[in-house]
Design a protein around this ligand. Sequence first.
Ligand SMILES: Nc1ncnc2c1ncn2[C@@H]1O[C@H](COP(=O)(O)OP(=O)(O)O)[C@@H](O)[C@H]1O
Ligand SMILES: [Mg+2]
Length: 287
Amino acid sequence: MLDITIIAFAHHKGGTGKTTSCLNVAGYLQKDGKRVLVVDCDPQANATTGLGINPETLRLSIYDVFMSIFEGFPDATITDVIVPTASGIDLAPATLDLVGVEPYLYSIDDRAGVLREVLAQVKDAYDFILIDTPPSMGQFVINGLVAADHTVVTLDSGTFALKGMDALSTIFGDIREMLGEDVSADFAILTRWKGSGDPAAGTGGFAHFLRRIFSPAPSADEERERERLKIFEAEVRKTFKQVFTVPYSPVIYETQQRGLPISHYAPESGAGKEYRAIASALDRLDK
Ligand SMILES: Nc1ncnc2c1ncn2[C@@H]1O[C@H](COP(=O)(O)OP(=O)(O)O)[C@@H](O)[C@H]1O
Ligand SMILES: [Mg+2]
C-alpha cells in the first residue's frame, strides 16, 4: 500500500476558493511534518504566486512536463520543475504557457492519465500531493481528478443550488464510464461562508463584535439570504460525506499577498482554524 495521498481541488466556476483551500490545507499538513507537493494545473498560476513564486522568473514549469510527452519538445520530468517555497511546501509551478498544452492533449488517447503517470515518479518523495485545478471543464481538471485519490469540491455563497454541480457530476460519471476509474467527491468546503454559525467568526474579534451589537436588526432581504444559505448548506451536507465551512476573512488575502499559507502567517484566525480542521480530516483519510 502506498502511503501517499493525492487530493484534487475542483469546481468549474472561478473564485470558489480552490486555490485558497489547496494552499492552506497544504500549509497545515506541512506544519504537521508532512512532505507536501502542490501541483499548479491552472494557467492563471494563482497557487504559484500564492506560494511566493513569480511565474515570470521560472525557467521550467508543469507546462514543460506535459509537453515533453510530445515529439519535438525537450524532456522535462516533474523533479526538474519542482521548486522549494518559503513555507517549506514544494511546488510544481504553472505559467500562462499551460494554455498551450490542451490542444496537444486532444491528439492522444490516454490524455486523461498524463498527470497520474507524471506524479507516480515522485510518489516516494511526498506524503501528500495537492492538485490545484483551473475553473473549467477541460483536460487539466480531468487529469487532476484521475490522478487524485480524493476530490475536494469548493463552493461559495454565490452558488445558488447544487444544480451547478451537475457539470462536475457529469465529469465524474464520464471518467467512471470511460476510464473505469473510481472517482467521487467526498469533501466539500463552503468558502467565504456567511451561512450558519457565528457570522463574526474569524473576522476581527472585538471590533466586529461591537459592530454587530450596534448594527441594526437584519433586513428582510438579509433574512431571506440567510434562509437561502441555510437551505443550500443542508443540500450540500446531504450530498457530500464531509462538509466544512470557512468564514470570510480578510486575513486570507493578506496571506496570499505574502506568499504564505495562513498556517504560516495567522494560524489562530477563524479561517486558519477551519483550514487546520480540514487538513486534519484529510490526513485521516484512507490512503
Ligand atoms: N475565506 C475567505 N475569506 C476571504 N476571501 C477569500 C476566502 N477564500 C477565498 N477568498 C478570496 O476569494 C478569491 C477567490 O479565491 P480562489 O481560491 O482564488 O478561488 P478559485 O481558485 O476557485 O478561483 C481570492 O481573491 C481569495 O483571496
Ligand atoms: Mg484558482
